[in-house]
Ligand binder design. Structure first.
Ligand SMILES: [Zn+2]
Length: 165
């Protein structure tokens, strides 16, 4: 019993450090994340290893400092993306959470540079049609872009669960 308590104390301490760092060194992206959090205030939220997770009604994820946004596995409108397979939707939600958590660690490492580097590259990579075409036509994987690959490996290393890949 003592060791269990010890482990959770250690985790609690790590979470406090994590939150304080996101509120200082990672403040820019945390503020943006907070605004997005307010926009989606009515959607379900929970704590995810220190981060504040919002389950929103889209199939994509985003990570802004202390806040991550992932697909809501209970939203029936999202089932169209997984051919009505609720198991696959849940898996997608879990894997995106690990991936987005990886981005929150990048926010801790890069601090004020996060939005200019990871934010800029990720947003262009996910949204610009020329990159979308590249992925569709030539089968270039999403994790080809460096911030994405790095987010996957950080998330997997820390949480010991599979990310997007
Ligand atoms: Zn990403």
């Amino acid at each position: 019993m003592y060791s269990d308590k010890n482990v959770s104390f250690k985790h609690g301490l790590l979470y406090v450090c994590y939150i304080l760092l996101q509120l200082s060194w990672g403040l820019f992206q945390t503020l943006l994340g907070f605004l997005l959090f307010l926009l989606f205030i009515k959607h379900p939220h929970d704590f995810y290893h220190g981060a504040i997770r919002t389950k929103w009604p889209t199939f994509n994820g985003i990570s802004l400092g202390l806040f991550i946004f992932v697909p809501n596995e209970k939203n029936p409108d999202l089932l169209k993306y997984t051919k009505q397979d609720s198991y696959r939707l849940k898996e997608r939600c879990d894997r995106i959470s690990v991936h987005e958590y990886g981005h929150t660690i990048q926010s801790l490492i890069l601090g004020p540079l996060y939005l200019l580097t990871v934010g800029f590259v990720s947003l262009s990579w996910s949204r610009l049609s020329r990159y979308k075409k590249l992925r569709q036509q030539y089968g270039v994987p999403y994790s080809f872009a460096w911030p994405e690959q790095w987010a996957d490996s950080l998330g997997e290393k820390i949480l010991k669960k599979p990310a997007l890949r």
